[in-house]
Design a binder for this molecule. Structure first.
Ligand code: FE2
Length: 356
């Protein structure tokens, strides 16, 4: 029996916590294992008992390292991790970052809880794969509702299928052209950071990040002789390369899902420029927001990447090209809000591992 001695971290009385009466909901919740991570045994035990009462299966850990081992060991069994931010050893941010780096984040929803609001917003800014944040004292009704929405909603199945499709297409492109495959992954990493820094709703930022990986999918329809030509392109070859936007659009546009719709927009419009001098001469806010964001992350990665006909620029040189211009790249090419968000977090880009 829970007592009020457990409620110091909570914002509502215990009586309001959810004990699902609906059998179907309890059954669906029972398909998921939620790993609860907190160095405070009182909060850990409280969350365990409440989530168990609601029908979820639970596991607990008192730190990041132990949790990482559990996610790894029970491969695929843990579908949600609710973790405290501040813990000795590997903290909550480190746990999620390490899980993502080791590719343990696929199929796992991560939630952060903290008493310090700035640590929750920082987690989003650095682009960690976070599904939700909860401020302490915890509103457990909201926490359970969020778990239900993310883990039980039927729409998630469609999203999973769409995300699988994005993964398959991305790997097909990487087989066709390794350089573009690596560039696409890198652009998605930068897009996660930049979308987070723009203060977009988390779901939208995640969608833009997921779909940005397909921005160059149209290159699958371009000869690899041209793509990998170890010299500057002729005008005719450049005209062929320019077709990749429309090819990408035609590959993705047949699908009727918000993620393929967004991927299609990005594929078609990532070479637009805000001043209207890009591929299709679209200008300003006529260019879809996801494409305005990827336009910058694409250029940043292209500047940082070595090509047979040009050396890689340093981070500082690439930043200077984008913010001040170098004759070819100009600040007017980018959405001022995207540019300003980039200026604010540009140093985070430097800390992202590079593929080359
Ligand atoms: Fe492109």
């Amino acid at each position: 029996m829970l007592t009020n001695t457990h409620t110091s971290a909570l914002s509502k009385p215990l009586g309001e916590y959810i004990g699902a009466s609906d059998v179907q909901i309890r059954e669906n919740r029972g398909r998921h294992v939620v790993l609860i991570v907190d160095d405070d045994p009182t909060i850990r035990e409280l969350l365990r008992r409440v989530l168990t009462m609601a029908g979820y299966r639970t596991a607990t850990a008192d730190g990041g390292l132990e949790s990482l081992a559990a996610i790894d060991q029970f491969e695929g069994a843990i579908t949600a991790v609710v973790t405290d931010v501040s813990m000795p050893g590997l903290d909550g941010l480190g746990l999620i970052g390490a899980a993502a780096a080791r590719k343990l984040d696929q199929g796992v929803q991560f939630y952060l809880m903290s008493g310090a609001p700035h640590s929750l917003s920082m987690a989003r800014t650095i682009g960690l794969p976070i599904s939700g944040t909860f401020q302490k004292p915890l509103d457990i009704v909201a926490l359970v509702a969020r778990l239900d929405a993310d883990l039980l909603a039927p729409a998630k199945v469609e999203d999973e299928i769409a995300l699988d499709g994005i993964g398959w297409l991305g790997r097909a492109l990487a087989h066709h052209d390794k350089v573009t495959g690596a560039h696409s992954d890198q652009v998605a990493r930068y897009t996660a950071i930049l979308s987070g820094a723009m203060g977009l709703p988390v779901g939208l930022a995640e969608d833009i990040t997921s779909t940005s990986v397909l921005h160059d999918i149209g290159k699958i329809g371009i000869s690899d002789m041209i793509l990998n030509k170890p010299a500057p392109l002729t005008d005719d070859e450049f005209a062929v390369i320019r077709r990749h936007g429309e090819i990408g659009h035609s590959i993705l546009t047949a699908e009727n899902h918000r993620l393929s719709g967004m991927a299609s927009q990005i594929a078609r419009h990532h070479h637009e420029r805000f001043d209207g001098t890009g591929y299709n001469r679209l200008a300003g806010y006529d260019i879809p927001l996801p494409a305005r964001i990827v336009a910058l992350t694409d250029v940043y990665d292209a500047l940082r990447s070595p090509r047979p006909y040009k050396p890689a620029l340093t981070h500082e040189e690439a930043v200077s090209c984008i913010l001040k211009g170098d004759g070819r790249t100009k600040p007017e090419h980018f959405d001022p809000a995207v540019l300003s968000a980039f200026e604010g977090i540009k140093d985070v880009f430097e800390r992202v591992d590079r593929h080359d």
